[in-house]
Design a protein around this ligand. Sequence first.
Ligand code: C2O
Ligand code: CU
Length: 466
Amino acid sequence: MTQVNRADFLRAGAGTLAVASLRWPARRASASEPVEVTLRSAPLRDGLAYNGTIPGPLLRVAHGQRIRVRYVSGVDVPTSVHWHGLLLPNDMDGVAGLTQAAVHRGGEYVYDFVAGPSGTRWYHDHAFQLGMARGLFGMFVVEDRNEEPADAEFALVFHDVPVWNSIEAALRGMGTAPMNDPMGSPESMQMDGGKMGDEVTYAAHCINGASYPNVKRLAVRLGERVRLRLLNASPTLTRYVRLAGHSLTVTHADGNALAAPVEVDALRIATGERYDAIVVVRDPGAFLLEGLGGDSLASQQAVVVYTEGMENAPPLRASPTLEGARVFSYELAGGIAAAAHSEPPDFEMTLGGGGWKNPRWTIDDRVWPQTPKLRVQRGQVATLRFRNTSEMDHPMHLHGHIFALTEVDGKSLLRPLSKDVVLVAANGGTVTWRIVADAPAGRWLLHCHNEVHMVDGMMSELVYVS
Ligand code: C2O
Ligand code: CU
């Protein structure tokens, strides 16, 4: 059976030190013909778009393929394009003010690189002017030639459209109350009088740029293996994705193979994260795939998956709560080691800040650019622990490296997850990363992927000292 083979392949493909299986793309002779792409940003309705659509075009190339992206700005805010989860030379990383100058209206920048590692990656604006929240993002798939193809595949980009003055209020620490876990206790979602915070209010929740029922439906055949590539491009929100009546077999986190697939009923996906999951529909019908969230409009983030002839059947909905559901977690995918061995990390960072009228999100009580830097030697294997003392979750992201997630909330993982974004839970959550310092020399940003927190100071950088 193909499914068994696939599982065996996935197990064989990822060792215990999963990070070791991720290779930089082989440098090919520069004579190899690059794939040429032009990306143009321009205003679209109240937002900004690449090539006229939100999300921007799905870019898809083979591992090791050279791609040349000419980015042309047609917008009034400074912009740049970051290739999230790809391993690239520093001057291709696309961080305005750090790895390149910002691109202004009429200007351009050429990104020319060899695509890798394989998996579900993405690209987005990175010039600290909320370009991503306005719509400048898209999925980037690097095909793995060794992977057995699924029978069908769908790319699903989740995003949320902010109410613009609410994002500005959130930047000043005057948004609504923090709403971390959309499936948490109802009390945690209420705004209680004076306790305002940093949450943004949203006008719409989308999948592939539209809200339910206007999202393009997904046609599947009975019994086929369907791969979903899921990206959460929300400026701030964590989502729980589920498909009514079905489980999801999660195979990859942030584009990188898990040591073994994990079957769940719901998939938690933080801002910036990607997951690949296989679903098999065995009975005819129409089923709603939803990104469950906490606000009253959250049901807009849904799409119908249907089998032949069932396109217009009323879709089955999943239960609105996660009670009794198996929910994907880092611990579930990695397994928890019996003995928590607590070697002190090489580096530790305390995440803090936020709250009423506090527009500062801090690392070790400081805001960017005063935050402490991670100074590493080439070839060093460094461990970094985050401790979150604030009242909001923080999806922390490192550029230029794929690290191993080795610890979550005091629990060591048996099979560390290869990732580039990890959600650090509010009110005391911890996570530890093992980073192999093997990127090209340069400045590699380390930051919270919540766009409000990033702009309000929660950033640091990894610097090569030798
Ligand atoms: Cu997805 Cu610094 O970025
Ligand atoms: Cu944050």
